[in-house]
Design a protein around this ligand. Structure first.
Ligand code: HEM
Length: 201
């Protein structure tokens, strides 16, 4: 974004280009990703439970099938809630981003393309995660309440496809930080000709 506008927005931005020391978005993304991954993984484990039963028996583990589905449901629900904050913080930090304009990422994209794809991808993922949580809720509390396998195979397949989209989204995000130096303190100091070690002194 235009640096003059950024100055108007936040007269007190620090060395990382943000009005606070540690970017919020990169912390929240790991909750979005982690909670969703665990949610789908535990539902897969619950769905395949009959095949795993002899292993649990051999290991003397008292695993109960419904507990796997509890973990699956609550993690996807938590991911849906937290992702609103992930996306909101992403928009705010994108607004204050001043990426290196000449750099091309490992995927051959410039900063602007990467930001646009990452922004659109983020909104798409939020929609999909919320949709998955609603779908999961219907399976748990209505459609499959009495069934041993609480989740439909189509739900698990959709979850795996979303995990692939998350890989693309996460890599674009990593390019923003790692290759374009967005909100990376050392990167900003080097670009402005300062010594990153100076802030430690
Ligand atoms: C589900 C949604 C999203 C996921 C999973 C996600 C994931 C990521 C990841 C993994 C990073 C790299 C973090 C790091 O370097 O440690 C990142 C960085 C970034 N993302 Fe996202 N992102 C999402 C949505 C968005 C949205 C909607 C925007 C803005 C429109 C956005 C803007 C940014 C920015 C500006 C960065 C650079 C670091 C920063 O300034 O915070 N993200 N994202």
């Amino acid at each position: 974004m235009n640096t003059e506008l950024i100055d108007q927005l936040t007269p007190s931005v620090g060395a990382n280009g943000l009005p606070y020391h540690i970017p919020i978005h990169p912390n929240l993304v790991h909750l979005t990703l982690g909670l969703f991954i665990i949610g789908i993984a535990f539902d897969i484990a619950g769905a395949l439970f009959p095949f795993q039963r002899p292993i649990f028996k051999f290991l003397a583990l008292t695993a109960t099938r419904s507990n796997f589905f509890d973990v699956g449901w609550y993690n996807v629900l938590a991911s849906a809630i937290i992702t609103f904050f992930t996306v909101a913080s992403g928009f705010y930090e994108m607004l204050l981003a001043t990426p290196s304009p000449d750099v091309v990422s490992a995927w051959g994209l410039h900063a602007l393309d990467t930001m646009v794809w990452h922004g659109v991808g983020g909104v798409l993922l939020l929609t999909l995660i919320v949709g998955m949580a609603i779908w999961r809720g219907f399976q748990r509390y209505a459609w499959r309440k009495e069934r041993g396998r609480q989740v439909q195979w189509s739900y698990l397949i959709a979850g795996l496809l979303i995990l692939f989209l998350m890989f693309l989204q996460g890599t674009l995000g990593a390019h923003l930080g790692g290759e374009f130096g967005v909100h990376v303190t050392a990167d900003y100091l080097l670009r402005s000709g300062e010594d990153p070690n100076s802030i430690l002194k």
